[in-house]
Design a protein around this ligand. Structure first.
Ligand SMILES: CC(C)(COP(=O)(O)OP(=O)(O)OC[C@H]1O[C@@H](n2cnc3c(N)ncnc32)[C@H](O)[C@@H]1OP(=O)(O)O)[C@@H](O)C(=O)NCCC(=O)NCCS
Length: 192
């Protein structure tokens, strides 16, 4: 758990888009990428700078999205998660309709050499805490591929439970992406 003490979790700044791009491309080269992310390295690598600039700008402030990174004392980023705020009636990343206002965690990645160190717990503490601070967000959800047992083990350890909802995996409909949810603790709901 020493990593938690060393790496500070914070939102990215808009001007850090080159670093956000670098970490995303590394994530998309991970052996787990085909079951972890919806886009491919090949797709992302051809995006122009303006794509990464817009993405970083949109996730650096406001109440629609926030990208968090864990940063070591040397300035290196060891992991990242992004929180999207979804409104009831809007379309989600799978093309379905969102049933209720909620937060959706995507882009979960820890560099291989930092896995098992507690970095992911620190990232989720901050990311989920931010979600609870956004008005009228009472639920955080995410999707995990049925074969991504390592990620699902962490989500369960953190308190997420399967909702029972699934969507077919893009490109391989024989496999499912399982929705997992975490409800806002009642003690926080009562004071917000
Ligand atoms: C998912 C991810 C962020 C989790 O972070 P992490 O530091 O690896 O997580 P942890 O090691 O703290 O927890 C993972 C759990 O799975 C267990 N585990 C480790 N290797 C495993 C494996 N091959 N199969 C199943 N479980 C495994 C760990 O023991 C741990 O279990 P525990 O909570 O009972 O101790 C990280 O592994 C990662 O970046 N993976 C690649 C990208 C990815 O899959 N993202 C998620 C998309 S939904």
């Amino acid at each position: 758990m020493n990593q938690v003490l060393r790496d500070a979790v914070r939102p990215i700044r808009a001007d850090e888009w080159p670093k956000a791009k670098e970490l995303r491309l590394l994530a998309l080269k991970d052996p787990a990428a085909p079951i972890a992310f919806l886009e491919t390295y090949e797709q992302a690598a051809t995006e122009p700078d303006s794509f990464w600039q817009e993405r970083a700008k949109g996730a650096a402030g406001g109440t629609r999205a926030r990208q968090f990174v864990a940063e070591g004392q040397d300035g290196a980023w060891s992991g990242t998660v992004t929180v999207l705020i979804e409104d009831a009636g809007s379309g989600d990343v799978f093309g379905g309709a969102v049933q209720q206002r909620q937060a959706h965690i995507v882009g979960v990645f820890v560099r291989p050499e930092h896995r098992g160190s507690g970095v992911i717990d620190a990232l989720f503490e901050t990311a989920v805490g931010w979600a609870w601070s956004v008005a009228e967000v009472a639920r955080v959800r995410l999707y995990v591929h049925e074969d991504n047992t390592r990620a699902e083990s962490f989500y369960q350890r953190y308190g997420f439970v399967r909702s029972g909802e699934t969507v077919p995996m893009k490109g391989d409909p024989s496999k499912a992406e399982r929705e997992m949810v975490l409800d806002k603790p009642k003690v926080l709901s009562d004071i917000s």
